[in-house]
Design a protein around this ligand. Sequence first.
Ligand code: ADP
Ligand code: MG
Ligand code: ZN
Length: 472
Amino acid sequence: MDQIYEMVIGLEVHVELKTKTKIFCGCSTSFGAEQNTQCCPVCMGMPGTLPVLNRQVVRHAVKAGLATNCRITRYGKQDRKNYFYPDLPKAYQISQYDLPLCTGGYLDIEGENGAQRIGITRIHIEEDAGKLVHQENGTCIDYNRCGVPLVEIVSEPDIRSASQALAFLQKLRAILLYIGVSDCKMNEGSLRCDVNLSAHKPEEPFGIRTEMKNLNSFSSVRKAIEYEFKRQVEVLSAGGTIDQETRRFDADSGKTYTMRKKEDAHDYRYFPDPDLMPIVIREDLLRELQGEIPQLPDERKRIYMERYGLGAYDAEQLVTEKEIADYFEKAVSFGGEPKQIANLILSEVFRLLPPEDPKIPVSPEHLSKLCALTASGEINGSTGKKVLHELWRQDRDPEEIVREQGLQQISDESLLSRYVDQVMEENPKLVDQYRSGKEKVLQALIGQMMKKTRGQGNPRRISDLLLKSLRK
Ligand code: ADP
Ligand code: MG
Ligand code: ZN
């Protein structure tokens, strides 16, 4: 039944900008401070106070727009979005309505079926709200987060699967980290995602969407999408209709629940904030900011593909974390074979790396050397892994480790032949099985050979010699 429905997704991503002070006052934005120690009459919305826009917020937001191929609004403004919530003491949020700072951009992702372009509708600046702290005896409010600067990045409904949604978020996060406008820590709430999702039959117009708010991990985004699509398809297949509503995703049960019926823009009574000046972006500022944009992930990806012959998917994996891309380039600069270095990073290094902290404890020079040792046949692949693990614990010259522990690959034909004879003699059953057509047992015999060589045999040689004897 599912197959006839297609999912349609648009994302709204809230990103806390990296500034020392808040968007309209001088309070600190640092994370984790004691509750209600970083607020003042301005960010707490006391009557009679006046907001003053933090220049850095505009610079960061414009850079985010430039890096995602947006048009920059040269004459913008800020608007009040009216709604009541206990963590929003003014009862309105200063945001942007019809003149957002950036519009009409896009991002390219590496989807299941190759490259795909996802439109970015708009990027606007706004202030964050406070935080409700639920305790046993009631709910308290921490205003430290009130007035922390945000950009909201809204995508077009161009996304068609959970994997594409994650690829979009990953790419967006990569770009924001490259340009240094946010630390994008999902676990600290500096990157949060709302998922808008509908289901329709491809030949029909888009369906009615629901919105799942404030998802704060990639795995929640995936689970929320999968659950909600299934739910909508069940309703639609049974002849029902979807209500446009905001739903809450519960990470523990993996389900979504109705939170409130969706409000429309007119419910917010947006109007220009009379306390704030228009935002004017002059040509020279635009040029200055353009000049501050470093080489972006896509540019690096293109170079890796063209210069080093990497596949699109592998190249994308390498550029997603700037530290990893820098590391890769450094290792290549020490003379290692780029494709080999890439393979080692994407397999063994990624396996060893904790996802929260992509810092490789092995120097790029040593990794490059390790690759060279495997490439020259000095050690075999499985020894390479062993040495890498060793380097992980204590970073030093891999050649030293190989020498000290006598890990050189054993390729000597007469020695290997002697082992082959022994292994054949000790495993007559396997030999018989092989000779009567069960060729899979070759692997078991190779395994025995590896044991004899303490994992250091040359696998290619071993299999050649074994086959020669088996076919006798
Ligand atoms: P609002 O301001 O009410 O949240 P927007 O027009 O800004 O509404 O759209 C919010 C998000 O919903 C955007 O990311 C957009 O791509 C997405 N969206 C719009 N229509 C659909 C739809 N039919 N299905 C899925 N997502 C949609
Ligand atoms: Mg919305
Ligand atoms: Zn303040």
